[in-house]
Design a protein around this ligand. Structure first.
Ligand code: S3P
Length: 179
């Protein structure tokens, strides 16, 4: 039975790399945010608006406990998932966790385009977004660094194509004694 859980900051490429990883390893791909949206028939932004972040985090934890029971899957967690309750410890028990590590500069570039769906940053201008990424990444890294494996996505900024990067990720996961 194989279960890989991708973690990392918003915009690090968890969904994009997760899909390719799942295809390469012949596993099913599950994105935790999409799973939540399907179950609740509401977008993550709507859930934040109606239940507040606290309500969303409780739902996120419950839904994590559902998806992390599935077998032969690649799960992409939300950026905040590892940082609440005992979620990080739980994910480490349930599967091979991989931290997709990206610099604040890369995250900023990705998130300037993709901030609308993300309630924590949707209203921020470029300057506020920069500050938010730096501060929250700093706090979150102590959780992210507890992952079994760390994969530096910086190679994507240096011209490596996404398929190649995904292949390197596949190899890293296969080589790990935990898989
Ligand atoms: C969040 C990340 C989002 C989503 C929600 C909160 C966070 O997931 O769960 O907007 O706290 O970092 P992605 O990392 O998939 O954007």
């Amino acid at each position: 039975m194989k279960r890989i859980i991708l973690i990392g900051y918003m915009g690090a490429g968890k969904t994009t790399l997760g899909k390719i990883l799942a295809r390469s390893l012949n596993l099913e791909f599950i994105d935790l945010d999409w799973y939540i949206e399907n179950r609740f028939h509401q977008s993550v932004s709507q859930l934040f608006a109606t239940r507040g972040e606290e309500g969303f985090r409780k739902i996120e934890q419950n839904m994590l406990h559902e998806v992390a029971e599935f077998e032969d899957v690649v799960i992409s967690a939300g950026g905040g998932t590892p940082c609440f309750f005992d979620n990080m410890e739980y994910m480490n028990q349930q599967g091979v966790t991989v931290y997709l590590k990206a610099t604040p500069e890369t995250l900023r570039t990705h998130l300037r385009m993709g901030k609308q769906k993300r309630p924590l940053i949707a209203q921020k201008n470029d300057e506020e977004l920069d500050a938010f990424i730096r501060e929250s990444l700093d706090k979150r890294e102590s959780y992210y660094n507890q992952a079994r494996l760390i994969f530096d996505t910086g190679l994507l900024d240096n011209g490596t194509r996404i398929q190649e990067a995904a292949q390197m990720l596949v190899e890293k996961v296969i080589q790990s004694s935990e898989f």
